[in-house]
Design a protein around this ligand. Structure first.
Ligand code: GLC
Length: 686
């Protein structure tokens, strides 16, 4: 064939091919083309979907997944708890564990520990690492972080949250979300809003002033939505001013979506929807849960019985519900899917890596708070740090020295690849100088019930510990709470402010035979400390996850200088707390309604304004070194408009023997305010 003919043939075929592609016939449908603007993709997908397909997007298809659109190649959404690590796989439609063998994760410290670092940088590395784990486990939505304000020390889930101050919670929640979502995994900030206790959580109707709502309980959610850019938010179980939070016109339509401009999807807490009309009109987008009581009772309700399932479809077809309500929900869900499941640019993630264990340990080290550090005599230095070379016989006492604290607690429970206990960490650091006595028994984690411990067991464990303490040079008591029911656990509140299982009596008997007692509290809540004067050293050690023992040993030994600051107040007694100053309507309510009578005076705001000294105040934390503060200076005398900024400066100098970190905290008070204000409020971190 002539050269010319060949060229003509090629030219002809090329022309056909170009024409073919330009015709758009072979082009990707727009919604599948992730080079297109996401809003164009949403519209394009929406226009291709049937009514039934749109409705299905709004409901669960299994315990932890919601529908996609199989016909259009739009994948389902996979969700997983929780705020401290990626929960093990759960069966398709039960709360049972799926018993996979490849889902043992990194347990990061509980969020109260992150809060105690007061560090946005720690929050960022936390969000990045947990996002990598969720991405690796192919989850599209991570059900966390939680930012409900610490109103009462009895709330069973305070350990999952970021403390009592709205500013601190706002500053720390943002980096966690931003870094998490860089993995193509949506944060699901929870529980929106006013889920500040677990007792009657499914229905208690919270009433409070607008100031308390907007000044105390909403700011962290607002920061999460606006600065964090959270792609989803979880409605709370409780009611707010008469309407369930999962379909609440004030919270979801007026505040979240209209005022704050939230473009993400609102997801119920599991089984948190209760009414179709409200679910349709009051801002709910995805209904999850299978009508269980939270863990046990399954009902005969199928997913088609969901409030946003068959009843919604029927109402749409009858014209009772405008299609616009459905298009808004479906658009938000499609946007979520394009940001996550259909995001082809997301990284691959990583899981249970040494890098992640290192992140867990660093956060734990920076979160541990040194509450008290003295010696038994003025001639001796403070008991901590415990220089190994000075001691031969160190006794560790307490069940929390060996207890696996990543288990229990409810939905934030984890199956971990590693959990170094305090005893293991201390043995690794001090070797065979360490002896151990259990001292007390707490019982295994049970959802919804407490294991009774026979008195004779309590007595014999205590006697053994006290006997061993006689021969020790120093005793490290590791106690506190645990993740059992009516301790630090979901679906129940604590029934006492005291340490349980006879710990106070045990501490007193240990002190009677050995003055050198270091108390380490592993908990997510404040507790009463009747022995506080007699105990020379006290550490608040939180639930610190996979590296708990190594972090604690590094702090006790002085390899790391403690720098944590309390993210909530420790009242001397429960009635010193604002929520517990009033009658039962303030806490826990009358089982139907509750009134936040302390109003804006939550936590230190109460202690300062009512001049009730806390045992250990919000922001408190000691160091092994000392810091000097220069005179504070401001670059102007007054602010002339709300937009005006004032620059405040202070120089902090480490004046002590070892290196350490200090958290500068700026509080502002208005002595001439014409309306009620707290004495001071935290307004800036460095
Ligand atoms: C639980 C919790 C919520 C959790 C969800 C799924 O009831 O309240 O925080 O994410 O159900 O387990």
């Amino acid at each position: 064939m002539e050269q010319t003919q060949i060229k003509k043939r090629i030219l002809f075929l090329a022309t056909i091919a170009i024409a073919f592609f330009c015709s758009g016939y072979a082009q990707l449908p727009l919604y599948l083309d992730d080079n297109q603007p996401i809003e164009e993709r949403v519209k394009n997908a929406l226009n291709r979907m049937t009514l039934e397909e749109k409705v299905k997007l709004c409901i669960a298809q299994s315990k932890f997944s919601s529908h996609g659109v199989p016909r259009l190649g739009i994948p389902e959404l996979w969700m997983s708890d929780g705020p401290h690590g990626v929960r093990e796989e759960i069966e398709w439609n039960t709360w049972k564990r799926a018993q996979w063998t490849n889902d043992s994760c990194t347990a990061f410290p509980a969020l109260t520990c992150l809060a105690a670092t007061w560090s946005p940088e720690m929050s960022a590395i936390y969000g990045k690492a947990i996002g990598e784990e969720a991405r690796y486990r192919e989850k599209d939505v991570l059900l966390g972080p939680g930012v409900n304000i610490y109103r009462t020390p009895l709330n069973g889930r305070n350990f999952e949250y970021i403390g009592e101050d709205p500013y601190l919670a706002s500053v720390l929640v943002v980096p966690y979300i931003q870094e998490l979502q860089k993995n193509g995994v949506a944060a699901c900030v929870k529980h929106f809003a006013l889920n500040n206790q677990e007792l009657w959580r499914g229905h208690i109707d919270v009433h409070l002033s607008d100031r308390a709502l907007h000044e105390i309980y909403l700011p962290a959610f607002k920061a999460a939505a606006q600065q964090g850019g959270s792609w989803t938010i979880m409605g709370a179980y409780n009611k707010v001013r008469g309407e369930h939070a999962c379909h609440n016109d004030l919270l979801l339509n007026k505040i979240l979506k209209e005022e704050w401009g939230f473009d993400g999807a609102v997801i119920t807490d599991w089984g948190g929807a209760h009414d179709t009309d409200e679910a349709v009109f009051n801002g709910l987008d995805i209904e999850m849960g299978t009508y269980t009581d939270g863990l046990a009772r399954e009902s005969e309700f199928t997913y088609d019985d969901y409030y946003l399932a068959a009843p919604y479809l029927k109402g749409l077809k009858e014209g009772k519900y405008p299609i616009s309500t459905l298009d808004d929900k479906a658009s938000r869900i499609l946007r979520l899917i394009f940001r996550t499941a259909m995001n082809r640019h997301k990284p691959c993630g990583s899981f249970a890596s040494e890098e992640h264990f290192e992140v867990a340990r660093k956060i734990s080290e920076d979160g541990i708070v040194l509450l008290k550090n003295s010696s038994v005599s003025t001639k001796q230095p403070a008991l901590l740090p415990l220089q190994g070379e000075k001691y031969e016989r160190i006794l560790v006492v307490g069940e929390n020295a060996t207890r696996a604290q990543t288990q229990g607690g409810g939905s934030s429970e984890l199956k971990v690849k590693r959990e170094v206990s305090p005893l293991e960490g201390l043995k690794a650091r001090y070797g065979d100088k360490i002896n151990y006595a259990q001292g007390y028994k707490a019982g295994r984690p049970h959802y919804g019930r407490v294991e009774e411990i026979p008195q004779e067991i309590t007595d014999s464990l205590r006697a053994d510990a006290v006997e061993k303490a006689k021969d020790a040079e120093v005793v490290i008591f590791v106690g506190g709470l645990n993740k059992n029911h009516q301790q630090d656990a979901e679906a129940g509140d604590r029934i006492t402010y005291d340490l349980p299982f006879g710990q106070n009596e045990l501490i007193r008997e240990l002190l009677a035979v050995n003055k050198n007692v270091i108390v380490v509290l592993v908990s997510g809540n404040a507790v009463a400390m009747p022995w506080v004067q007699e105990v020379p050293a006290i550490l608040q050690a939180w639930y610190s996850g996979s590296e708990a023992g190594n972090a604690l040993a590094n702090i006790i030994s002085g390899d790391v200088t403690p720098s944590g600051k309390l993210p909530f107040s420790f009242p001397v007694k429960l009635t010193d707390n604002g929520a517990h100053t009033f009658d039962y309507m303030s806490y826990p309510g009358d089982s139907i309604r509750q009134e936040y009578k302390e109003d804006i005076l939550v936590g230190y705001r109460w202690h300062d304004t009512k001049k009730i000294p806390a045992l250990f105040p919000f922001g408190h934390g000691l160091s092994y070194t000392s810091f000097a503060y220069s005179q504070i200076t401001a670059d102007k005398k007054q602010l002339n408009s709300p937009e005006d900024k004032i620059k405040v400066s202070v120089t902090v100098t480490n004046t002590g023997p070892v290196k350490g970190k200090e958290v500068v905290q700026l509080y502002i008070g208005d002595e001439r305010s014409s309306f009620a204000r707290p004495l001071k409020e935290l307004k800036r971190l460095p």
